[in-house]
Design a protein around this ligand. Structure first.
Ligand code: GDP
Length: 437
């Protein structure tokens, strides 16, 4: 998970500060030395780490902090604000042109996740009511066109290709088609190389000159740390990019690229890739990222994911039935389905405040939910609606049908009963007022 090591080290440094009560200038300086070390170990660019701690120290030794009642908390607040500023302050949106289509040129080295992210971006735009068109501009890798067609069909987005025709011609044709068909976004997948070379840069330049993209997004792999930052610097010098998509953040335990890209290139990270699936794309919010690094969770992203990935009507139905005390095992099964759509449970829970650290060494088996679902699916309609009729012989049948043991069936029924009791209690003890029902 992203930023694990950094989050641990920062929280250790702040814990020592918090144990001190009143702070001296030396206490702050000592803590900042630890912060700097933690940043360097997270593979943050040397100069970025140095400037960062200098800025935080200057603000933290000011009278406002030293004389406050909770100086350590004030220091954490300053670190939070400066981390946010380091990553660009607010969210940076895609450039919107005076008249459609917006043209997004995606570039990056081979293996960075460029093609996958063309699909992810197309899917995100489509879910927001846009009509994107994907363009197969990587004509050198034999499988590239096919790969784009696969992600395009998964995203439900049209893919424009002209085989191995010249990329500039393909892009021009694609834009003409987009205008004819009313596509408001054109996303161009371009060729990648294992390393930056002149021929690649020239080709990208030619495309840029021919189509005048509204956005040139560089796709870089977060797991390559400072190398990603160097790649971004070179691409920006040659192409004047408008932003970065930082991929594979799910596998990046250090976080150096996320923290240095903006400071080194001056260009914002616009999106972050957090997994191999097409839904695993987040708008990059520097403030939320800073919260995650400081172990404060990211509830806002969790809520947004729930809005996109869950079936709102089904979720509302379950909560209504729950509040009316009518929830049965059919509803529980629906709920399992909803939760599964949000992705692995561990990743969902890690966005809750304070959970990321606690979950570090915990193994959550998503199959537990599958097993419970299998038990419910082995029940008859009647049994699901009225679990109280499930007697021992029914239990044996359900266990055999789902390949589980009678104890497992008992455990599920017990848990369900406890949940119902809890809801009843909440409704009773002034719950109506407190929860608005
Ligand atoms: P390209 O050569 O730059 O077009 O890269 P691809 O789109 O083919 O991706 C290379 C590999 O990285 C594929 O196996 C993808 O599934 C994987 N990948 C892409 N984005 C992510 C991400 O955000 N997280 C993870 N874990 N894997 C990713």
């Amino acid at each position: 998970m992203a930023f694990e090591g950094l989050a641990d080290k920062l929280s250790a440094a702040f814990k020592r500060l918090k144990s001190k009560g009143k702070l001296s200038e030396d206490d702050v300086k000592e803590a900042m030395r630890e912060v700097r070390l933690a940043l360097l170990e997270a593979d943050v660019n040397y100069k970025v780490a140095k400037d960062f701690t200098k800025k935080v120290t200057e603000r933290a030794v000011g009278a406002e902090v030293m004389e406050s009642l909770t100086p350590a908390q004030m220091v954490v607040k300053i670190v939070d604000e400066e981390l946010t500023a380091l990553m660009g302050g607010g969210e940076t949106r895609l450039v919107s042109p005076p008249s459609p289509p917006a043209i997004i040129m995606m570039c990056g080295l081979q293996g960075s996740g460029k093609t996958t992210h063309c699909g992810k971006l197309a899917k995100m735009l489509k879910s927001r009511g846009h009509r994107p068109l994907l363009v197969a501009g990587d004509i050198y890798r034999p499988a590239a066109i096919k790969q784009l067609q696969v992600v395009g069909s998964q995203a439900g987005v049209a893919v424009f290709e002209m085989g191995t025709e010249k990329p500039v011609k393909i892009c021009k044709e694609a834009i003409r088609r987009a205008k004819d068909y009313g596509n408001d976004y054109v996303i161009i997948d371009t060729a990648g190389r294992l390393q930056i070379d002149e021929v690649l840069m020239e080709e990208l330049h030619n495309i840029k000159d021919a189509v005048h993209p509204t956005d040139i997004l560089l796709v870089v792999d977060a797991m390559t740390g400072q190398e990603a930052v160097n790649v971004a610097k070179t691409f920006d010098e040659k192409l004047d990019i408008t932003g970065v998509i930082l991929t594979k953040l799910d596998g990046d335990t250090r976080g150096g690229a996320a923290l240095s890209v903006r400071a080194v290139t001056g260009k914002p990270i616009k999106f972050a890739g957090t997994g191999e699936k097409l839904d695993d794309l987040e708008v990059f919010h520097p403030d939320r990222m800073a919260s995650r690094i400081l172990g404060m969770g990211d509830v806002l992203t969790l809520i947004e994911e729930a809005q996109v990935k869950m079936d709102q009507k089904a979720a509302e139905k379950v909560s209504r039935r729950m509040l009316e005390n009518k929830m049965d095992l059919n509803d529980l099964l629906d709920q399992f389905k909803q939760v599964k759509r949000m992705g692995p449970l561990k990743s969902v829970l890690s966005k809750m405040p304070g959970m990321e650290k606690q979950l570090k060494d915990v193994d959550i088996d998503d199959r537990d939910m599958d097993r419970m679902a299998a038990i419910i699916l082995s029940m008859t309609k009647e049994e699901r609606a009225k679990p109280s009729i499930i007697n021992p012989s029914r239990k044996r049948r359900i266990a055999a049908g789902s390949g589980m043991r009678v104890e497992d069936v008992n455990r599920l029924l017990r848990q369900f009963e406890q949940t119902q009791k809890l809801i009843k209690q909440l409704r009773g003890k002034g719950g109506r007022r407190r929860f608005g029902f």
